[in-house]
Design a protein around this ligand. Structure first.
Ligand code: FES
Length: 255
């Protein structure tokens, strides 16, 4: 396949960026989108030009590092639950023009070309802290029976790979889907009950400081490579409201 890719090039956070057109030639339809970028980079290096900088690691949809906007869509597909590394060139047509940009969100400043700083998501996780109960030695896993539907829901939330597609696709740059997944995978399990309500308040407060507000566009769910449901946002909101009522009650009785 032969395509033209228009890639956002930007030398640094402060530098002015812009699209540069490159020919992607003799690309196998079975190549992944990242492998296509590798081929383009090899030709740039051969010509003595600087290669396109993009983040990647596992190349199998696990690490969450390969996010980029492809034709205006985070990871380049909607409703297909795929990270960029899982998107194959057979999804494109011969002669296509493809526009490739970094995540676009105020909370994700560009570092270089297609690489952005996603550490705002780590800050939300850090705000959640850790579970400070003394657990002693590792208990036998089957000692705490957990109903299967609860286990499965928790695992659905834990599937989040922290790629930031939800934030990048949201017109408000909101991180509700990400935060709700992180709040829920612990908050659903018995092991996560200590500090459940303090945790949701801390994480939501940090999220609101750094990211936009959710107005339920639903774009996050459409592009999430792990198909995480926006139902988790409702769940997080319920926990947050419950936590606020709980603390008001504690204040009124002087606890
Ligand atoms: S490179 Fe790890 S999810 Fe794509």
């Amino acid at each position: 396949m032969n395509l033209t890719i228009h890639v956002w090039r930007q030398k640094s956070r402060e530098a002015k960026g812009g699209f540069v057109a490159y020919k992607a030639e003799n690309i196998s339809p079975d190549a992944s989108f990242l492998e296509m970028l590798d081929v383009v980079n090899e030709s740039l290096i051969e010509k003595g030009e600087e290669s396109i900088h993009f983040e990647h690691d596992c190349r199998e949809g696990i690490c969450g590092s390969c996010g980029m906007m492809i034709n205006g869509v985070a990871h380049g597909s909607r409703g297909k639950a795929m990270a960029t590394c899982q998107l194959h060139m057979r999804h494109f047509k011969e002669g296509d023009e493809v526009w490739v940009e970094p995540w676009r969100a105020r909370a994700f400043p560009i570092i270089k070309d297609l690489i952005v700083d996603r550490s705002g998501l780590d800050t939300i996780i850090q705000a959640g802290g850790f579970i400070s109960v003394n657990t002693g030695s590792a208990p036998e896993a089957n000692m705490i029976p957990i109903p299967k539907p609860v286990q499965e829901l928790s695992m659905d939330a834990a599937a989040c790979i922290q790629c930031g597609a939800c934030v990048a696709q949201c017109p408000n740059g909101a991180a509700q889907l990400f935060t709700s997944a992180k709040v829920s995978h612990l908050g659903l399990l018995p092991q996560g009950q200590p500090e459940r309500y303090e945790r949701v308040v801390r994480m939501v407060e940090v999220m609101e400081e750094m990211f936009g507000s959710c107005t339920m566009f639903g774009e996050c769910e459409a592009v999430c490579p792990k198909a995480i449901s926006i139902d988790f946002i409702a769940r997080m909101n319920r926990d947050f409201i419950a936590a606020k009522f709980k603390s008001q009650k504690e204040i009124s009785v002087g606890v």
